[in-house]
Design a protein around this ligand. Structure first.
Ligand code: DOR
Ligand code: ZN
Length: 344
């Protein structure tokens, strides 16, 4: 097979940032995807309907002329989230979902939730109105090893949450472990997961062998090979519970190449090519369209996109660095040759 035409896909998890970097990264995503779930971890975070509506306008202003692209906004949950406000945001179409960051789990999560039980009323309301909950699934306890934080989150937080609120629709985002796959497979239809390209390509050796490689560092951190293989099996299994979410997270090159480098991989520019390489290697190209373009909208109860995109087999060299509206950012696969290219 030398070319693949599929329904236009969506990205169900990414970071656009704000200001000049946002203006520089939005076109990469708009070129590949019809819609994207936009993370709210700005400074200050997108915690209210008013902020969500204003941020959406700024993103729309950065979409290149002639391209149709719809940002789907999320609300950043805090200990003090106003259930009425986010229900209003959901009812009026400003918010598509709400995002749970355990406080301190990752970039700009300091205002996140300190104890999920503080959100009982908000989450009950979300379950009632059918508003999906996106979860960064890692505990933040200092005594829990960083490689175990996802598995411990399942046991301590996620499993009990699903029991308390069996109708809440939950997206377990950017999963990185076989434990997460097992949990999602065993849960009801109200639980789904996104998988990033980097967690399908990289295990923790990629980050730590032969020198420390900051551009392979993101959160949740890449795990052992056995986990990467479980994620590849899940993504290519055909199960409707798994869908595409890049977690594209641009940081300036110097912020990553630092004594305390930021977490996040900028994968928006070659996201589809990167995912398709995995489906190709796993001999599952026939399952790519469901993962990229169908499972996500079905879970979110949104219409499937009209229109198609085509990928063709061709050498596709990835630059070492991109000038993103004045900021140097190293893309995922920098310096590598990909074997697929978005046509047109
Ligand atoms: O690696 C990550 N980067 N993980 C996250 O959860 C946040 C993101 C960011 O905003 O940079
Ligand atoms: Zn993210």
């Amino acid at each position: 097979m030398d070319s693949l035409t599929i329904r236009r896909p969506d990205d169900w998890h990414l970071h656009f940032r704000d200001d000049a970097v946002m203006e520089g990264v939005v076109p990469y995503t708009a070129r590949q995807f019809a819609r994207a779930i936009v993370m709210p971890n700005l400074t200050p975070p997108v915690t209210t309907t008013a902020r969500g509506a204003a941020y959406r306008e700024r993103i729309l202003a950065a979409v290149p002329e002639g391209i149709e692209f719809t940002p789907l906004m999320t609300c950043y949950l805090t200990d003090n989230t106003d259930a009425d406000d986010i229900a209003h945001g959901f009812a009026t179409g400003v918010f598509t979902a709400a995002k749970l960051y355990p406080a301190g789990a990752t970039t700009n999560s300091d205002s996140g939730v300190t104890d999920i039980r503080k959100l009982d009323r908000v989450l009950e309301r979300m379950a009632e109105i059918g508003m999906p909950l996106c979860i960064h699934g890692e505990v933040t306890d200092h005594d829990v090893d960083v490689f175990d934080r996802e598995a411990v989150f399942i046991e301590r937080t996620l499993a009990p949450l699903i029991v308390r609120l069996p109708h809440l629709r939950v997206i377990f985002e950017h999963i990185t472990t076989a434990d997460a796959v097992q949990f999602v497979d065993g849960a009801g239809e109200n639980v789904a997961a996104t998988i990033t390209p980097q967690h399908l390509h990289l295990n923790r050796n990629a980050m730590l062998v032969g020198g420390i490689r900051p551009h392979a560092y993101c959160l949740p951190v890449a795990k052992r090979e056995v986990h990467r293989l479980a994620l590849r099996a899940a993504a290519t299994s055909g199960s409707a519970k798994y869908f595409l979410g890049t977690d594209s997270a641009p940081h300036a090159r110097e912020a990553k190449e630092s004594a305390c480098g930021c977490a996040g991989i900028f994968n928006a520019p070659y996201a589809l090519e990167s995912y398709l390489a995995v489906f190709d290697e796993e001999q599952a190209i026939d399952r790519f369209e469901a993962f990229a373009s169908e499972n996500g909208p079905r879970f979110y109860r949104l219409p499937l996109n009209e229109g198609t995109i085509t990928l063709e087999r061709a050498d596709n060299p990835v630059p070492e660095v991109l000038n993103v509206n004045g900021t140097a950012i190293v893309p995922f696969h920098a310096g590598e040759m990909l074997g697929w290219r978005l046509a047109g």
